[in-house]
Each structure stands twice: as structure tokens, then as C-alpha cells.
Design a protein around this ligand. Structure first.
Ligand SMILES: NC(=O)c1ccc[n+]([C@@H]2O[C@H](COP(=O)([O-])OP(=O)(O)OC[C@H]3O[C@@H](n4cnc5c(N)ncnc54)[C@H](OP(=O)(O)O)[C@@H]3O)[C@@H](O)[C@H]2O)c1
Length: 255
């Protein structure tokens, strides 16, 4: 086990997009990283890019044993877990609500909501065991607050993350574990490009860029901007922020 005063952060979905940017941001803030994704080679690449110390682990967030293994890997390597960014998510099939199959609906809820709960469960067990200290950020979306076409399972799963976060914040309010949800707007990532591709096949990237016209700030977010908000929520600067649905969205949820 490595002995150091540097804090330890677990980031899920670290192989791409916002999670990958979070690896860089948390490393810059001095965290030792445990990067989780189903694609361990991509998580290793994210770790190398972040330039900090840490490890990459294979974890499908829908598999409780693998989630428990990711938390155990952090503890085996570093003795504790200080922060967790439960960011992994999928957009699912784009179809009107009545046209989704049960399997399509279940897959999105399984990854985006049950996966966040499984991660939070095992992170909380560890944080409680080490004296009831830590910070957890669960990835939601502005789509938790709005109806979006062809995205019923996604919207439902992200709204569920808000409810899950609030309830857990009440459960653990008397500890020094803070739990918040990140209400992310539109960020330039592979996922947003796939959304653009659905709207305009063959022109995914251009379509994604065009979403900027609907955002009060007039631009898409850079993934590092979402990552910095997550890192701030994990920091001592946010010592009284608990149970919040924290928007990082260029004003999108304000309209
Ligand atoms: N981009 C946006 O505009 C936006 C807006 C609001 C919210 N969000 C949310 O932000 C999060 C990150 O999105 P992104 O845009 O960065 O998407 P992305 O580039 O597609 O990255 C998604 C990440 O989730 C991981 N993942 C997916 N299913 C997984 C599973 N079962 N187990 C473990 N990891 C899994 C993927 O890794 P592997 O495939 O390697 O496992 C990948 O690292 C998601 O929760 C998304 O809903 C994004």
C-alpha cells in the first residue's frame, strides 16, 4: 500500500469525454486516481494523459462485484477513498417512449441510475469505514429537468439520479460525507456527437455544435468545465454543499 497524504479519487466512465477530462483535472489538483471503465486500455490511456499517479481498473458499473472491486482496488493501493465521481453513462436508443423495448429501457436505467447507486453504495461503505468523511458526485443531466425527444429512458434515469442523490444526502447528512449531483448541460464529447448523429445522420459533429444556439451562454461546454465543477464539489471549498443538484450548463436549465 502506498503511503501519502495525497487524496484518492475514483472516477467512473474515465475512458472518454467528461470522465477522461476529469482524470486530468483531478490529477492536476493532486489526487491519486482510480479510473474505471469497461475498456481498461482506454482508462490506462486516460491515466497516462492525466500525468498523475494512479491505476486503471476494469469495472462495468452494472456489475456489483466489479464495482466493489474498483473500490477495493483503491483501498488496496492507497488505503482509502476520499472522492468519487460517478460519471459513467449511456444515451441509449433514440426512439419515442412507446417504441422502446423493455430491454432498451432497462439498459439505460441499469447503467445511468442503478450503476450510480451501486458505485455510491460501495463508496459509502468505504467512506463510513474510514471515519465518515468523503465527497461523492453523481452525474445527472439537464435532461433530468426537461422533456427531450426520443430520450424517455435517459431523462427518467437522470431524474432518478437527482432523487437518489437527495435521499442519500439525507441518509448520511450527519456524517462528513457530502453527496451532490451534477446537472450537466451540453458538452463536446463523443456522446453529444452521437446525439447529433441521431438528429442529422452523417453530420453528427456539426449538429452537436448547432445545439449551442439553444444555450444562453451561446456555446457548448468543454468537458474540462464539467470536470472542474465535479472537482470543486469534491473540494473543501464546497464544505457546506450537500444534497444539491448543481448545474454546470451555461444557463441551459435556466430557460
Ligand atoms: N456530453 C454531454 O453533453 C452530457 C450532458 C449531460 C450529462 N452527460 C453525462 O455525462 C456522463 C459522461 O458522458 P460523456 O458525454 O463523457 O459520454 P462518453 O464520451 O460516451 O463517455 C461515457 C463513459 O461512460 C462509460 N460507460 C458507459 N457504460 C458503462 C458501464 N456499463 N460501466 C462502466 N462505464 C461505462 C464509457 O466507458 P467504456 O465504454 O470504456 O466502459 C465512457 O467512459 C454520462 O453520464 C452522461 O449521461 C453528458
Amino acid at each position: 500500500m502506498e503511503r501519502s497524504a495525497a487524496p484518492v479519487a475514483l472516477i467512473t466512465g474515465a475512458s472518454s469525454g467528461i470522465g477522461r477530462a476529469a482524470a486530468r483535472v483531478f490529477a492536476d489538483k493532486g489526487y491519486r486516481l482510480v479510473l474505471a471503465s469497461r475498456n481498461v486500455a482506454a482508462a490506462e490511456a486516460a491515466l497516462a494523459e492525466a500525468g498523475g499517479g494512479g491505476l486503471a481498473v476494469r469495472a462495468d458499473v452494472t456489475d456489483e462485484d466489479q464495482v466493489a472491486g474498483a473500490v477495493r482496488a483503491a483501498v488496496d493501493a492507497y488505503g482509502r477513498l476520499d472522492a468519487a465521481f460517478n460519471n459513467a453513462g449511456i444515451e441509449g436508443a433514440f426512439r419515442p417512449a412507446a417504441e422502446l423495448s423493455r430491454a432498451e429501457f432497462a439498459e439505460v436505467v441499469d447503467v445511468n441510475l442503478t450503476g450510480v447507486w451501486l458505485c455510491m453504495k460501495h463508496e459509502l461503505v468505504q467512506m463510513l469505514a474510514q471515519g465518515g468523511r468523503g465527497a461523492i458526485v453523481n452525474m445527472a443531466s439537464v435532461n433530468a429537468l426537461k422533456g427531450v425527444p426520443d430520450s424517455a429512458a435517459y431523462c427518467a434515469s437522470k431524474a432518478g439520479v437527482l432523487g437518489l442523490t437527495r435521499a442519500a444526502a439525507v441518509d448520511y447528512g450527519a456524517t462528513e460525507i457530502r453527496i451532490n449531483a451534477l446537472v450537466a448541460g451540453a458538452f463536446r464529447t463523443p456522446m453529444l456527437e452521437r446525439v447529433g448523429e441521431h438528429v442529422a445522420p452523417g453530420k453528427g459533429a456539426e449538429m452537436a455544435e448547432s445545439f449551442a444556439a439553444r444555450i444562453p451562454a451561446g456555446r457548448l461546454g468543454d468537458p474540462a468545465e464539467a470536470a472542474r465543477a465535479a472537482a470543486w464539489l469534491c473540494s473543501e471549498e464546497a464544505s457546506y454543499v450537500h444534497g444539491s443538484c448543481f448545474a454546470v450548463d451555461g444557463g441551459l436549465s435556466a430557460i
